[in-house]
Design a protein around this ligand. Structure first.
Ligand SMILES: NC(=O)c1ccc[n+]([C@@H]2O[C@H](COP(=O)([O-])OP(=O)(O)OC[C@H]3O[C@@H](n4cnc5c(N)ncnc54)[C@H](OP(=O)(O)O)[C@@H]3O)[C@@H](O)[C@H]2O)c1
Length: 404
């Protein structure tokens, strides 16, 4: 692979990264169109129903694409969805070569796009050396399309002894400002942020993206320094640390599991109306006996409260994730607390663990996963693609569970 090919693909990957949280349930893809050694346009996937990255790049081109090379982060689609097949547009454009690092995991494509292009005489160059980088960005879509569930990243800030709060529930702030800034970057890429009712009752969190509320010093820290990733060179993490393209206006869906006991209108979770409560159907009886039952009925009628089946908390999690999948959520950031995270763990629903470990010892208090847990070490999930990076005085630990 030529250095210049790598450079164009890196640029396309940055475009794909910047679109995360905007394109769902489509995967976020980036494309760079090059002719005679010059970039003549770039494109990234538009919001759902809009053009895909390849078509954007062709449309944005300042001169004809004929004879040019397209670098695209995912195999072009070859089926009619909300938009026509991208392969048709590429064939019509007269591009000479298409460079791509990975095939589309969507069974409706899965190699079909490459086949269409080759049959039409377009040279397809597989950049296997960059497959891992591209795969890191496409993990949420893979989970969504192959397992009919959103990709769940569990983010937590904990003490060195694995506690997310003291026994009295105090948790502000365990991690440093730089770590918290990174969490807001992460939220800006997500489709949903999930917490348990215990966290809402204790903290009344806003769960919004507030990139602008951090000091210049913290923001510049990521621009000046190049934090070193040890272990697996996770490209998603790399771009989270060094990209400057984050959407300050992002507004992921705020999801609360359980119905807080005092559901007063001033709760910050209500914010701009983009919220969802998820409860268990078996609790409908007790819900109807609550003083605020009319308000709960209104929430249910407006689809901002959904009750799902499930005898155990883990079964409730699994059914709730089906609901979120149905609403087009590709990536959800699970932000705790300990009890809710434990039932996600029991449902084997956490795909990525993203833990900030701070230099504090609490000596008791709430554990990051407040459940029963397994009985044997041999039976506990062995995580993979483990990366660590020092953020200020905290250690960020990222690892994946299984399929992703
Ligand atoms: N450091 C951090 O990163 C961090 C992040 C978030 C929160 N926190 C801290 O964590 C504490 C809250 O944690 P928590 O464990 O007490 O509460 P939680 O996990 O936020 O909420 C647990 C409650 O949610 C309800 N729920 C509904 N569906 C559930 C399901 N499927 N599985 C489990 N629970 C479900 C249950 O209420 P019912 O029993 O009534 O059904 C349960 O008691 C606070 O002190 C907060 O400050 C720390």
């Amino acid at each position: 692979m030529e250095t210049v090919d790598r450079m164009y693909m890196e640029r396309a990957l940055r475009l794909a990264f910047a679109g995360m949280g905007i394109t769902s349930p489509n995967p976020s893809v980036g494309a760079v169109l090059v002719r005679d050694g010059e970039v003549i346009s770039t494109g990234s996937t538009c919001a759902c129903g809009g053009d895909h990255a390849e078509v954007c790049a062709l449309r944005n081109a300042c001169s004809p694409a004929e004879g040019g090379d397209l670098y695209v982060t995912l195999e072009p689609c070859c089926h009619q969805g909300r938009t026509p097949p991208c392969t048709d547009a590429l064939i019509a454009s007269g591009v000479r070569r298409v460079f791509l690092p990975i095939l589309d995991p969507n069974p409706m494509v899965a190699g079909g796009g490459v086949g269409c292009l080759r049959s039409a005489g377009i040279e397809v160059v597989m950049m296997d050396e960059m497959a891992s980088e591209a795969n890191d960005l496409i993990r949420p879509f893979k989970k969504y399309i192959l397992h009919d569930r959103p990709f769940v990243l569990h983010k937590a800030a904990m003490s060195l002894d694995g506690r997310i709060a003291t026994g009295s529930g105090d948790s502000r702030w365990i991690s440093g400002e730089a770590s918290r800034f990174l969490v807001h970057r992460l939220r800006s890429l997500a489709d949903a942020i999930i917490v348990g009712k215990g966290t809402v009752e204790r903290d009344d969190p806003e769960l919004s993206v507030r990139l602008g509320s951090f000091s210049d010093e913290v923001r510049q820290q990521f621009e000046r320094q190049d934090p070193r990733i040890e272990g697996y060179r996770n490209h998603f993490l790399r771009l989270l640390l060094d990209s400057r393209e984050f959407n300050p206006a992002a507004s992921p869906l705020r999801v609360v599991f359980g119905i807080p006991d005092a559901l007063r209108p001033g709760l910050k979770i209500f914010g701009d109306g983009n919220f969802l409560f998820i409860g268990a159907e078996k609790e409908r009886g007790s819900m109807e006996r609550r003083e605020d039952h009319r308000f709960l009925r209104e929430l249910e009628d407006s689809k901002r409260l959904v009750l799902v089946d499930g005898e155990t908390p883990a079964a409730v999690v699994d059914n709730a994730l089906r609901v979120l999948h149905g609403r087009g959520i590709l990536m959800a950031v699970l932000e705790g607390g300990g009890k809710l995270a434990a039932s996600f763990f029991d449902a084997r629903a956490i795909d990525q663990y993203f833990y900030f470990i701070a230099p504090r010892i609490i000596g008791g208090g709430l554990p990051v996963l407040d459940g029963r847990g397994g009985d044997s070490i041999a039976g506990s999930p062995r995580l993979c693609d483990v990366s660590t990076v020092v953020i200020g005085e905290d250690l960020l630990y990222s690892a994946y569970d299984g399929i992703a």
